[in-house]
Design a protein around this ligand. Structure first.
Ligand code: COA
Length: 294
């Protein structure tokens, strides 16, 4: 059988464990080649990975596809639509079958649910095949750094005012903030992350300009944004204090506020991430696009 025999079909629940494991292995291999660490795939990680696939397939069944060849899952694509925004959360093809057109077929299928969306966004891995695929699909490629390391907290602002958030109390204004920054709601993702016991950090100022939030899962940053750079900077510092091994991604050139904090915390920068945008998609500032959910 050759890769042309692969069938692209909607993802169903029984596909989830194999599809998630295959995608992790494909991304870990890219990590080995390009110097980023996917971390250990322990039971907690597996549970979160599978829950994430199920969340996306649940909210956006029209954007969830697998490639099947000889009864095995050899590819996955997961896209979501939130208002005007189409976002690609995952695209992976099994090693050994890459570069033979399966990724294009999966991407084309997942793009269909966003045909009416004026905005499109993808966070690309450094795999040149991914970058070529997204560029050919009409996305502009915006290079971004990933900052990693053990944060040096000696410049942590005293009295930064950031507190643990309460999902019930804070999710509403956090979603308003994100919607203002990226032009599309994050409400389903906030519910998902709350159910996954993710950590919410908030700066609850009196006006929007004084507010900011960060979400961490497993001591890793998932999302951060604010009404102003000053507010987001304070929350990023507070997040640094929660991360023994920080990973802060998607630091594109318009997010200098976050690059500053990463430098002050003595993290190490590598050009690892690419934020791809199409149409009216304009990731706002101060906001770090989430690789998981945009
Ligand atoms: C990215 C990925 C999903 C693409 O799937 P795929 O089946 O390999 O993609 P396709 O074969 O459809 O397209 C790859 C393109 O890159 C080209 N290509 C192959 N090797 C390449 C290389 N080393 N450098 C640049 N381009 C390359 C192919 O010719 C093809 O372009 P073309 O169709 O215009 O000729 C897959 O390679 C993968 O799983 N990579 C590892 C995980 C990953 O990085 N996922 C992306 C997360 S954002």
């Amino acid at each position: 059988m050759s890769s042309t025999d692969a069938v692209i079909r909607p993802l169903v629940d029984v596909d989830v464990p194999a599809a998630d494991a295959m995608a992790f292995a494909a991304l870990a291999e890219v990590g080995e080649r390009f110097g980023f660490d996917m971390g250990t795939r322990d039971a907690t990680r597996v549970a979160f990975g599978q829950a994430r696939v199920r969340h996306m397939a649940g909210t956006d069944p029209d954007g969830a596809f697998v490639a099947e060849l000889a009864g095995e899952i050899v590819g996955i694509a997961l896209a979501l639509v939130r208002g005007p925004l189409w976002f690609l959360s995952l695209l992976a093809v099994r090693q050994g079958l890459q570069g033979q057109g399966i990724g294009k077929r999966l991407l084309d299928a997942s793009l269909e649910c966003g045909a009416d969306c004026p905005a499109g966004m993808i966070v690309a891995s450094p795999d040149p095949k991914a970058l070529r695929r997204y560029s050919r699909a009409g996305f502009a490629l915006r290079a971004g750094f990933e900052a990693t390391g053990k944060p040096d907290l000696s410049e942590l602002p005293a009295g930064h005012g950031v507190a643990d958030g309460d999902w019930d109390r804070d999710a509403g204004w956090v979603d308003d903030l994100i919607t203002g920054l990226r032009g599309a709601t994050w409400a389903p993702e906030l519910s998902f992350l709350a159910n996954q016991n993710s950590q919410l950090l908030v700066l609850r100022g009196p006006t929007k300009a004084d507010r900011a939030y960060a979400i961490l899962h497993g001591k890793k940053l998932v999302s951060i944004g604010g009404g102003t750079e000053a507010a987001a900077t304070r929350v990023l510092w507070a997040a640094m204090a929660q991360m023994p091994a920080a990973v802060v991604g998607n630091l594109t050139s318009d997010q200098q506020w976050a690059i500053e904090v990463c430098m002050d915390a003595r993290l190490s920068l590598a050009l690892t991430d690419t934020v791809c945008t199409r149409g009216t998609a304009r990731p706002g500032t101060p906001y770090l696009v989430s690789g998981l959910f945009g």
